[in-house]
Structures are given as C-alpha cells and as structure tokens.
Design a protein around this ligand. Structure first.
Ligand code: ADP
Ligand code: MG
Length: 219
C-alpha cells in the first residue's frame, strides 16, 4: 500500500469532521474522493499534508509513518514530501511565474544551477516559458492553474493532493485543464488524491473513487 489512513478521527466540539476514516491507495493510482460540501474532504487532505492534526489514527506514506497517535509520531508538513493544491492555486502574488515555480526548490536548498535548469525545463514542458516574468495578477485562470501545477510537479513530491482545483472555472476550461492535469500526473508518474463535490469531474479524472459523507467513508 502506498498511502494508508487508519481510523482517522477529528472532532470540533461534538461535531465529527473525520469519523474513523480509513483507506489505502496502491502504487500508481489516481484516486478520487467525492462528497458534498462540508463532508470532510478537505479535512482528510489537511490531515495527510500535516496542516491539521487528527485526534487519533495513523497515516503512512510509502512505508514512512507520518502520523501515529499511539506512537506519538507527527512529521512536520515541510518534511512530508507532499504537494497540495487548493482551489485558489495559492500562487505567491509578489513573485513572478519563474520565482513561483522555483520556490519549492529554493525552500529545499537545491543548487542554484539545478533550480534554473529544472524550472526552465518544466516551463517549456508546460508551455508557459513566455509567461515567466509575469505576476499572478497578470495571468488568466487557466494560466494560473498551469503555473500552480508546474510548481507542484517541479519538486520531488511523493503524493499530490488536489482540493477542488477546477471548481471556479467555466465548463470548457475545466474540461481542458482537467484533462491536461491528468495527463501531466501520469507523465510525471505522480500518485494523486483528487477531491471534489462534482461526480462529473471524478468520472473524467479517475477510474477509482471513494465517497465521503458527514466525515465517514461510504462502504
Ligand atoms: P469539505 O472540504 O468536504 O467541504 P471540510 O473538510 O472543509 O469539508 O469540513 C468538514 C466539516 O468540518 C465541516 O462541517 C466544517 O464546518 C467543519 N470544520 C472544518 N474546519 C473546522 C474548524 N477549524 N473548526 C470547526 N469546524 C470545522
Ligand atoms: Mg473543501
């Protein structure tokens, strides 16, 4: 099993946002998590990324224990080698496209020349090298999406988490970018957990899906 969640619980007061969430993702799989708004999808991703700490449970990624409440293990988000994309892409406004894509490599203290080569290569691959001096406010929704995905894939992450990244886009662009994203994830051989409230998006993106409702996975 590549990613495994075991009995993840998270409560706010007496509300169970995650209620014994358990599942596994096998190697090389693109998995969809489908559920209505407020069902606990983002909670699952935040627990995997380490932005949110579960009350109890165990999370394992590629044989490394990221979180275990019994063993008191809780690896910091920076050390988890996980890429996380939100709906609003979260590009850095004060950085241009080049700097945005270089940011994760810089944060991990990669060699300057290596950074230059990797960023150049991925910008060409994503056909965004002519945008490299632009700032996020000077980009269209689709261009922002491409830059965010390039930034996610430029660094050696073990798992990509996509949290409703297409929800704000119009239908035509959504379909185009979804297909592009899927292609790139396969090309870069990334394991991915894709979250959405739209069953249509799930169908287009993944063969495999889990369903979540009120913090519980449906059997
Ligand atoms: P989804 O992503 O499926 O729309 P979330 O995972 O964001 O849902 O949230 C699941 C539930 O947990 C929601 O009912 C939400 O209101 C609740 N919740 C999330 N974060 C908090 C918080 N910090 N405090 C209290 N309740 C929260
Ligand atoms: Mg959400």
């Amino acid at each position: 099993m590549y990613v495994e969640l075991k009995d993840i619980n998270k409560t706010f007061g007496d509300y169970k946002a995650s209620d014994h969430v358990s599942f596994g993702i096998e190697k090389g799989k693109l998995i969809g998590l489908l559920g209505p708004s407020g069902s606990g999808k983002s909670m699952v991703l935040k627990c995997i990324a380490g932005i949110m700490t579960p009350d109890a449970g165990r999370i394992v990624l590629d044989d490394e224990v990221l979180f275990d409440s019994d063993l008191k293990i809780n690896i910091s988000p920076q050390k988890r080698k996980i890429g996380y994309m939100f709906q609003n892409y979260a590009l850095f406004d004060h950085m241009n496209v080049y700097q945005n894509i270089a940011a994760p490599l810089k944060a991990h203290h990669e060699d300057k020349q290596v950074i230059k080569e990797k960023v150049q290569q991925i910008m060409e691959d994503f056909q965004i090298d002519d945008l490299q001096k632009r700032y996020p406010r000077q980009l269209s929704g689709g261009q922002k999406q491409r830059v965010a995905l390039a930034r996610l894939l430029v660094y050696d992450t073990k798992l990509v988490l996509l949290d409703e990244p297409f929800s704000a886009l119009d239908e035509t662009l959504k379909e185009q970018l979804l297909n592009e994203t899927k292609k790139k994830l396969v090309e870069y051989q990334k394991k991915c957990l894709f979250v959405t409230h739209s069953s249509k998006e799930i169908e287009m993106m993944c063969g495999n899906k889990l369903k979540i409702k009120r913090g519980r996975l449906e059997k």
